[in-house]
Design a protein around this ligand. Structure first.
Ligand code: GLN
Length: 475
């Protein structure tokens, strides 16, 4: 029986599996067949695991035994910086080529426990640094909606896998937009959860104070399903928030949407993005939301602050890749040479750029001028957002300044690439949740997207507005 993968959701697949319309094995095979047909061109997967069918057989057993839940038998892809014990994980870097994970990430443990079928690891920008999946050591990933364009990044492989029906859903990670931005470029829903909601245990760190595992789905309710499953306290992650501190905003009707227009009216925004944003705003107004202008001038510093704090954390995190403990180890005459050669050969250009930048902002003479100042402004951004949420329920902006760009574009211009995440930074810096939602297409068929931010632990409000927006688009 041919399965309609294009219109499949977690809920529909679950119902079909429970009814016995097809087995988890049939479903996994349908995705594997699609991967065989499409992955050579798109390069979304770096590896398809060799035990996919065995995982599906286990899911079928759970279904037969009556222990299946919503995610049992659901094919899911994971980004190449998420550890799966016994499998390779490279963060798309040469320095971790052939590195084998020795334990499961907490999110992988959870997925395994419910019988999800983890199909493989997906391509990404090296160590999650980038907005186009072009800095991978293993080739670019193509956008399934227009293969001359990038899928966004850094979790571009996961986005391309879902958008081309090579996985039903996928996990990526966000440090600054790496799920919302590729969701925007590939027409998907991308959720950046509250910092500390999902465990970072078993995630190859980029910027610890910013990183969060984040799901890609076609619909808002699937995003909610994955969030509800994976958002749980983990004692192995020191920044995982204990259950009794996960205080959601008081439940109330969500009706006030704040728009910090000066944040995106300063130029550099594609006119098609702006027109679509305004049209989206009108749709929300028409279904009863009150639109409120917000003055948040501090937001304009978000990206600059991010590009100080993130490289500082990157330079610290990536110091563990010394040619001795993990992955690639160069032949050399002495210890210093092992470090130099392994790191020199193993890291790509963008990783080296950020290590240098981070080491510089943390160095004795510049620590106060750059790093400490950035931390202080980060705090001010959080305070300003918290204050804004006293008068509005949600904040809305475009997800990205432009739709998907061409492969090769911006690659030699790091600042142009960094600007792709200008609207992402506030949520990651302040730890609040944010959701990117498909909001239509350009005349030439490129997806467009809007994003909402909510106060800490306000994911329910994001899902509520998301579902309503999804409905207004379909009506
Ligand atoms: N574009 C961001 C960067 O390059 C994306 C980082 C991320 O979210 N992993 O740093």
């Amino acid at each position: 029986m041919a399965i309609d993968l294009k219109n499949l959701t977690i809920e529909k697949a679950h119902e079909a599996l429970m009814r016995g319309d097809y087995s988890a094995q049939d479903l996994a095979q349908a995705y594997l067949d699609n991967i065989t047909a499409k992955n050579a061109e798109l390069n979304a997967y770096l590896e398809v695991y060799d035990d996919v069918i065995a995982q599906a057989v286990r899911a079928d057993r759970m279904i037969a035994e009556g222990t299946a839940t919503l995610m049992t038998g659901i094919p899911i892809a994971i980004k190449d910086n998420i550890l799966f014990a016994g499998k390779h994980a490279s963060a798309a870097s040469k320095i971790l080529e052939n590195y084998t994970a020795t334990y499961d990430a907490h999110v992988v443990q959870t997925l395994k426990a419910v019988g999800a079928v983890i199909i493989g690891r997906t391509n990404m920008d090296e160590f999650a640094m980038g907005s186009s999946t072009q800095t991978s050591a293993y080739g670019v990933t193509r956008n399934p909606l227009d293969t001359s364009r990038v899928p966004g990044g850094s979790s571009g492989g996961s986005a391309a896998a879902v958008a081309s029906d090579m996985a039903l859903v996928a996990l990526g990670t966000e440090t600054c937009g790496s799920v919302r931005q590729p969701s925007a470029f590939c027409g998907l829903v991308g959720l950046k959860p509250t910092y500390g909601a999902l465990s970072r245990s078993g995630i190859i760190a980029m910027g610890n104070s910013l990183d969060q595992v984040s799901p890609f789905t076609k619909t808002v309710s699937e995003s909610e399903i994955l969030f509800n499953l994976l958002s749980r306290y983990d004692s192995m992650d020191a920044t995982s928030v204990p259950d009794n501190m996960r205080t959601a905003p008081a439940k109330k009707e969500i009706k006030k949407i704040g728009v910090p227009r000066s944040f995106f009216s300063g130029g550099g925004l594609d006119p098609r993005v702006l027109a679509n944003f305004d049209a989206s705003l009108e749709k929300l107004r028409a279904v009863g939301y009150e639109i409120i202008d917000l003055d948040l001038p501090i937001l304009k510093y978000s990206l600059a602050v991010y590009y100080i704090i993130m490289p500082a954390e990157v330079s610290t995190n990536l110091s563990r890749f010394d040619g001795i403990r993990y992955g690639l180890s160069a032949d050399a005459a002495n210890l210093l040479e092992v470090y130099e050669k392994s790191r020199g050969e193993g890291f790509g250009k963008e990783a080296r750029r950020r290590i240098l930048l981070g080491t510089y902002v943390l160095s004795h003479g510049y620590h106060d001028a750059y790093y400490n100042k950035a931390l202080a402004i980060r705090e001010q951004i959080s305070v300003a957002l918290a204050k804004a949420f006293e008068s509005v329920d949600l904040i809305m902006t475009p997800t990205t300044p432009s739709p998907a760009f061409k492969i090769g574009e911006k690659l030699e211009d790091p600042v142009a690439m960094y600007l792709c995440d200008i609207f992402s930074a506030p949520a990651n810096l302040s730890g609040i949740p944010s959701i990117a939602l498909p909001s239509g297409f350009t005349d030439d068929g490129l997806p467009l997207s809007i994003q909402f931010m909510a106060p800490h632990w306000g994911e329910d409000a994001l899902f509520a507005v998301g579902r309503q927006f999804e409905n207004t688009l379909q009506s």
